[in-house]
Design a protein around this ligand. Structure first.
Ligand code: APR
Length: 324
């Protein structure tokens, strides 16, 4: 059977961590791309040189996209992971990065359209829901093949903090975070449990509120500790899980940024834009969107996150209108 092919655009901290994670798990051949000369080539070779120990017999190659024709090498990818962009610095909100990263998405999206329009795309560059929209606008490919990181990472942070508080296995905590991948994300308490036991039965409200707050600022907490650069280990794994669900058609249900349209638009109060909702991820990309029946208090939080996604998506619309 032919091996899967995964292309990773951006050989920085997140891109390289995804590449190494996928190599160790032997998920498929890995092609890495970066605009900086030597960086993708170096990361690919460095990861490959570990192969004899752990026996990952894969093609792992790097390409410099200062020469844009090098993007031709991503042709036939099952999945393209987009991490190219600028990372957050201390004191900088995710939204500050918006315009710069939209410009990068335009060039990457155009390359995808030209060389590998059949691929599924996992968009990681922040803010990921808006960047997924920008890739959609720039590439014109079917939006059900585009998935933004967000909930996958926010949820693993929420689960981690809950497991630490309850002193239980990380794996037994089910919890998810929906909405935009920004400071007004919505950790969804009612659907969060430990092996089926609702967290509201296990923790007092004040403690849950504290954990929710820590989750909302989970990315910022890491930025403040690192001082230069942002999180990449948990993001790397959160992305690898999405990639593996596509290439192995696992049909994992994970909250991620997906394109909301049709009947779902009525439920989620947002239309023809990307926002974090629970989805089924398989070989076709987004295979199902699950609607949530919101209670009144939950709806308030949801409306807030919808507003900020709409606002930032409008900035992307404006950018594309001016930069055809
Ligand atoms: N084409 C290709 N690569 C690019 C381009 C471009 N136009 N612009 C920037 N890059 C590359 C940079 O050269 C760099 O190597 O993207 C890489 C980004 O890597 P880092 O700066 O290390 O950032 P990282 O921590 O990996 O985060 C990448 O993921 O989680 C998000 O917020 C994070 O948006 C950020 C992205």
């Amino acid at each position: 059977m032919a091996r899967s092919k995964i292309s990773i655009i951006g050989a920085g901290a997140v891109g390289a961590t995804v590449a190494q994670t996928l190599a160790i798990r032997q998920t498929g051949d890995i092609y890495i791309f970066d605009i900086v000369d030597g960086l993708a080539e170096g990361k690919a070779l460095d990861i490959l040189e570990g192969a004899p120990h752990w026996g990952y017999d894969l093609n792992i190659k790097g390409f410099c996209t200062a020469d844009e024709s090098k993007y031709a090498e991503m042709k036939g990818s099952d999945v393209i992971v987009v991490t190219a962009g600028l990372a957050r610095k201390p004191g900088m909100s995710r939204d500050d990065l918006l315009l710069k990263n939209i410009g990068i998405m335009k060039s990457v999206g155009e390359a995808i359209k030209k060389y590998s329009p059949e691929s599924k795309i996992v968009v990681v560059t922040n803010p990921a829901d808006i960047m997924a929209y920008a890739i959609y606008k720039a590439s014109g490919i079917s939006p059900d093949k585009i998935i933004g990181l967000g909930g996958s990472l926010d949820s693993t942070r929420f689960r981690t903090f809950l497991a630490m508080e309850l002193n239980v296995s990380f794996e037994d905590v089910n919890a998810f975070v929906i909405g935009g991948h920004g400071d007004d994300m919505v950790p969804f308490i009612r659907y969060s449990n430990v092996s089926g036991i609702p967290i509201e039965d296990l923790l007092p409200k004040e403690k849950i509120d504290e954990i929710v707050k820590r989750t909302r600022f989970g990315g910022g907490e890491i930025v403040n500790l690192y001082k230069t650069g942002s999180a990449f280990y948990a993001p790397g794994i959160s992305i690898a899980v999405m990639v593996e669900s596509i290439v192995n058609d696992r049909k994992r249900v994970i909250p991620c940024a997906a394109y909301i349209t049709g009947e779902h638009a009525k439920n989620y109060l947002i239309e023809n834009l990307f926002i974090g909702v629970p989805i089924k991820i398989g070989k076709n990309g987004v295979e199902h969107i699950y609607d949530i029946k919101f209670r009144d208090d939950e709806l308030e939080a949801w409306k807030k996150t919808v507003e900020s996604v709409k606002k930032n998506s409008a900035i992307a619309d404006d950018y594309f209108a001016k930069n055809q």
